[in-house]
Design a binder for this molecule. Structure first.
Ligand code: MN
Length: 471
């Protein structure tokens, strides 16, 4: 990526984790449900049905506002956005156009750069069309699902940054409890606007919008592909058309869907069936106070205590952050390491994340390791046993004892073992070599001590005693 400068703005639809839909009382979670079983007359637009606003959705929108460092508007309102499509039986979507609930905000990316949020509004989702050979079927399970649409400013300038922005937004929204964040089931969907221009150009180039991306990786790949596609056009002197494109994950390409040359007229008008939302300061503050620590708070909290690269990996798992917060100060770094290099490396890590050891167990394990009562291998064994259905509830010391991995730190006992090793004829040559100045044989001798102790000697202590006795 060199000749042209890329400018990216992202719109993200977030499905709110309410129990029921935005304007009706049916289940909001349609995963694994038969088509058209989560619908009410409001969702399929029976004439005369009136929407009733779900207050829980308002509360989650307030949380979302906090998670994106935004102003919550005390006055907001719903509007009708008119268009016709078979998955939208009303003929309009209830959205917020003139007065969105969330004002300007920003998201800080892991590299410290800032992406500004223009605004975020609430709206209902439409249904879904399922296409078959010669016909299509409508499924209205999603119709009326509460969403917030988060609109960023065009502050993003690389594929990597686009990836990081989407991921950070996902983290912020899941930590704040706004959404379940199930990307596979479309809980967050990204529309990515991409344009190119020569550096220093006064105006942004014509943009293409890539619709409905549902993974961070596909966002990154779609941006890379569009950069290539658009720069080839510009190189040839051909115009980039303003259009909507789709993403094909299998081919790694974007494809033309429809032209956007003429802006569609949605004939926005205030929704007459839902009164404006007026939020008291008290109501807003009460909800803001419910928001737990966010990714950025954890970065600040653990700065200097957990290496940055490890912290960034762990931040994908809110339950690990909660646990680390309960762990005693001196144990934090060790526990973070076990999480990153042992737990997350396990095949069953998803299950394990739901079944974390207690802070006390982890504190004790870190303490034993610190005192060299456990080798790093021994500590890892004990750590894994915490997840064992039979042994998992026992404390670190009991498990270590049962596994027979407590290191021999008793100097008297160790000295005895060292004496035996040094007296062993099989070691005579090594002893002679060491005395003649060969440093590297010390490793062999330590190994012999470890063997004689059946792995329980502390190698550091063994080496120290060996050196003293060989002087
Ligand atoms: Mn929308």
């Amino acid at each position: 990526m060199s000749k042209y400068e890329i400018t990216i703005g992202i719109e993200c639809h977030v499905q709110l984790a309410t129990k029921t839909k935005l304007f009706s009382e049916v289940d909001n979670d349609a995963r694994d449900k038969e088509p058209n079983t989560c619908v009410s007359p409001v969702d399929y637009a029976l004439p005369g049905m009136l929407p009733r606003l779900n207050q829980e959705a308002i509360k989650l929108a307030i949380r979302a506002g906090k998670a994106m460092n935004a102003k919550i508007n005390s006055y907001s309102r719903f509007d009708r956005k008119h268009y016709y499509y078979p998955d939208l039986p009303k003929g309009y979507q209830i959205s917020q156009f003139y007065h969105p609930i969330i004002g300007e905000g920003f998201i800080v990316l892991p590299d410290g750069s800032k992406v500004r949020i223009e605004h975020a509004h609430m709206e209902e989702d439409a249904g879904k069309l399922n296409h078959y050979d010669t016909y299509s079927l409508v499924d209205l399970n999603r119709a009326g699902t509460p969403l917030i649409e988060i609109v960023s400013m065009p502050d993003i300038h690389s594929a990597k940054q686009a990836h990081d922005y989407c991921k950070e937004l996902w983290r912020a929204m899941t930590y704040a409890g706004v959404t379940i964040g199930d990307l596979y089931n479309g809980n967050m969907r990204f529309d990515v606007n991409i344009s190119l221009a020569l550096p220093g150009a006064k105006e942004l180039g014509k943009r293409a919008e890539i619709k409905n991306l549902n993974s961070f990786r596909s966002v990154e790949r779609a941006v890379e592909y569009e950069y290539e596609r658009q720069s080839k056009l510009l190189d040839k002197g051909e115009p980039v058309r303003q259009e909507t494109r789709g993403w094909n994950d299998a081919t790694g390409k974007t494809t033309f869907q429809r032209s956007k040359e003429e802006a569609q007229d949605y004939r926005y008008m205030p929704e007459p069936d839902i009164p404006p939302i007026r939020l008291s300061e008290e109501f807003i503050n009460e909800e803001l106070a419910q928001v737990p620590l966010l990714p950025q708070d954890y970065r600040n909290k653990f700065a200097g205590k957990i290496p940055e690269d490890i912290l960034e990996v762990l931040l994908d798992y809110p339950q690990l952050m909660t646990k680390l917060q309960e762990v005693a100060e001196p144990a934090i770094k060790r526990v973070a390491n076990w999480f990153a290099s042992v737990l997350l490396a396990e095949e069953k890590s998803v299950e394990m994340l739901e079944n974390l050891p207690s802070a006390k167990q982890l504190d004790d394990l870190a303490d034993m390791t610190e005192k060299q009562e456990l080798s790093s291998t021994g500590a890892k064994e004990v750590f894994l046993k915490f997840f064992d259905p039979q042994m998992g509830k026992k404390d670190a010391h009991t498990i270590a004892k049962e596994l027979n991995v407590i290191q021999e730190n008793d100097t008297g006992a160790l000295e005895k073992i060292v004496d035996d090793v040094l007296a062993d004829p099989a070691c005579a040559q090594a002893v002679a070599d060491f005395k003649a100045g060969s440093e590297k044989v010390i490793g062999f001798l330590v190994g012999q001590v470890m063997k004689a102790s059946r792995g329980k000697a502390n190698p550091g202590a063994a080496q120290k005693i060996l050196r003293e006795k060989l002087k």
